[in-house]
Design a protein around this ligand. Structure first.
Ligand SMILES: [Zn+2]
Length: 170
């Protein structure tokens, strides 16, 4: 019941679903374990071939938006597919985070929003993470915006060592 509610709250689609919830009020955190159904197949992230069987999995953990004062984490065993198309063994993309990030996409969005208004150090303190963790998000998102040369929505107008500021043009 609880798992179903969190599956809906996270907007997960099959085969992904919340399979366990660990709430530890003393530590001040909640951990959501996300899994996928037995026999699930995934598209190859390298060539896009659909319906590839799971080769193995790697345990990973992401910081998610806090629920009130409780820090939230998503944990999942992320599958790698052994692709019958291109022959590569590659980790599939998860719908809640970009590859290589330790934050969920929603957490990154919140970090970027806060960084427009306050120093990165302050955001890091709020999240209870290192400055570097927040900077990695900022650097990636700024780099992405530059590489796409799409400044129609957000324009970073100034950055210094403590803060980034953007202005919305919409
Ligand atoms: Zn492939």
């Amino acid at each position: 019941m609880e798992s179903e509610l969190f599956t809906i709250a996270l907007g997960l689609q099959p085969p992904w679903e919340v399979v366990g919830v660990r709430f530890d009020p003393d530590v001040g955190q909640i951990e959501l374990e996300v899994g996928f159904g037995k026999g699930a197949r995934f598209a190859c992230p390298a060539c896009g071939a659909a319906e590839q069987p799971v080769h193995d999995t790697r345990a990973r953990r992401w910081r998610h938006l806090s629920f009130f004062q409780y820090r939230a984490y998503i944990e999942a065993k992320v599958p790698r597919v052994n692709c019958g198309g291109c022959g590569k063994t590659a980790q599939v993309a998860v719908p809640w985070a970009r590859p290589e990030s330790g934050f969920t996409a929603l957490m990154e969005a919140l970090a970027m929003t806060l960084c427009r208004e306050m120093p990165v150090r302050k955001v890091a303190q709020l999240f209870g993470v290192s400055d570097g963790a927040v900077w990695r998000v900022v650097d990636h998102q700024v780099e992405k915006a530059r590489s796409q040369e799409d400044f129609s929505e957000v324009r970073v107008v100034g950055m210094d060592e403590t803060a980034c500021r953007g202005v919305s043009t919409t």
